[in-house]
Design a protein around this ligand. Sequence first.
Ligand SMILES: Cc1cc2nc3c(=O)[nH]c(=O)nc-3n(C[C@H](O)[C@H](O)[C@H](O)COP(=O)(O)OP(=O)(O)OC[C@H]3O[C@@H](n4cnc5c(N)ncnc54)[C@H](O)[C@@H]3O)c2cc1C
Length: 592
Amino acid sequence: MNQEALEALPPMTTIIARTTTNWRRRVGALVIGAGGAGLRAAIELDAHGVDVLVVGKRARADAHTVLAAGGINAALGTMDPEDSWQIHAADTLREGRFLGDAHAVEILCREAPAAIDDLLSYGTRFARDADGRLLQRYFGAHRYRRTLFAGDYTGRALIAGLMAEVDRRGIPILERFYVSDLLQQGDGRVTGVLGFALEGGATGVIDAGVVVLATGGHIGVYGRSSSRPAENTGDGMALAYRAGAELADMELVQFHPTGMVWPDEAVGTLVTEAVRGEGGRLYNSAGERFMARYDRERLELSTRDRIALANYTEIVEGRGTPHHGVWLDISHVPAATIHERLPRMVAQYQDVGIDITRAPIEVAPTAHYAMGGIRVAVDTHWTGVPGLYAAGEAASGVHGANRLGGNSLAEIIVFGRRAGLAAANDVAETRSDDAVIAERLTALTAAAHGALEPVAGIDRLRETMWRQAGLVRDAAGLHGALDTIEELGARRDDLRIPDGAGRPAALAAAYDLTAMLVTAEATVRGALLREESRGAHVRREFPTTARHWQRTIVMRARNGRMHADTRPLPELSADVKAALRDEAPVLGGLLE
Ligand SMILES: Cc1cc2nc3c(=O)[nH]c(=O)nc-3n(C[C@H](O)[C@H](O)[C@H](O)COP(=O)(O)OP(=O)(O)OC[C@H]3O[C@@H](n4cnc5c(N)ncnc54)[C@H](O)[C@@H]3O)c2cc1C
């Protein structure tokens, strides 16, 4: 099903207040998000006989997951038979600096092999050797080779397999549809959504017996990020928060060490860690291979948080390149190897006139991944709001203070399935209240003749977050960021949204801004509260890790304001404790 098909439905017959939607339809379950988590949840819902619809903001097979490059983890032991789910869990918890939820991590690592079986059954094609054995490679800080891959296009391969299964099952996907509001009945149960088409702007109501949010992360709130424009704007997190859910660990944002620094339109675009995995070296402007000062043993194969901080330090201390980066050089590796192993990187730099087989490139940290998100019940991924589930990067729990490369793709499949299963058992006969729809529709369709262009508001917020709540934080900067967030929040009624062809895009930007203000505030408030440095969270005034901060920070709406609280973390199981005790040094290999 596509937009045209939905628009062809008869217009809604009930006149709601002053206005009406262009269409309305009912489904058993609605999945918001067509990335890996959303598609996997939809497959599970369909497998349990639920009539499910998936919606996404972009074209159907072009959700953010397609950007994923290097691989997906599962302790299959195809290369290293000593590997086990317990060791995978130990690596994940240790590198997350023990802020990951141990129960969630155990589920992830136990169920990742079954997730790979699912993907294989859908037709995802992972790299194999000549005998047909699935290849697994090293990623940073993993004790064994446990990352399956499809060249440096693993996300694309995942989506291709999931889409094939979705199509086999005939699950409809409504593309280019922006969900602006969750609808709730009196007792708080979610009953559906209101949204609009990004082409044409037709508004629509989807009544749903249950809703799964699989809307991705919120790192688009940063001026430099590895996502595409208007992606990862934290919509699902903000929708859930406004519906009564808690947001957890929002201050824990992963900054990838290597993003592009020029040209302007490419700033932040990921330079895959496979460049370092294949031998790339980092140098400062004095020609020094500076990683020797930060991690003498692992050098460029150290963990993401350490290399990001090293790159940042070199740049701010004046040893950066002309475009405020550091040099990444792989030109000593034979050109044929580079072409074979890093085809995407070769092409990415060819586009800007650089041959990476001959010349170094300038790179700097870029916001990459949201470790935090909607707080969910670990087993079911229920958000605590009746009728509302969340999975994937939108949810929190697994990654703690530093995500291990390859774990996100595993998470979206494992917990996408679990959220779909739990939602399938929770489909209710609800119908959205016409009065609620009318109220939200009025806001959605109201003219807006204010002074603030939504895109200008977004640019200001992103710049502020990058400068004042980025990789290294301090109280003064964070308070400054809060001031900007509050100032922009106060201008919600001062937005300018033109009529005519440009309206849907401007409206989407306005809703993006609204969501980004929620996630930015949660990030900044969490960062202020967490008076320590741990993994990706670095506080200038508190450079060490504090034992008493081994807690989750949660944000919840109370009386119209954001209220912070902390929660203890569950105990590690005996299995994982034993795996942690047995640890050999983790030197890792290829990173992602
Ligand atoms: C460049 C890059 C490389 C990466 N490489 C790896 C890797 O090798 N291994 C790994 O494990 N992880 C990797 N990651 C991380 C990983 O790709 C993501 O964390 C993961 O794909 C998130 O999947 P998801 O299903 O949760 O969300 P997404 O894929 O982000 O999908 C979100 C969906 O929600 C929709 N949506 C959002 N808001 C709305 C709204 N308001 N209305 C309607 N629809 C909405 C979007 O349109 C989209 O369809 C990488 C990330 C990047 C940026």
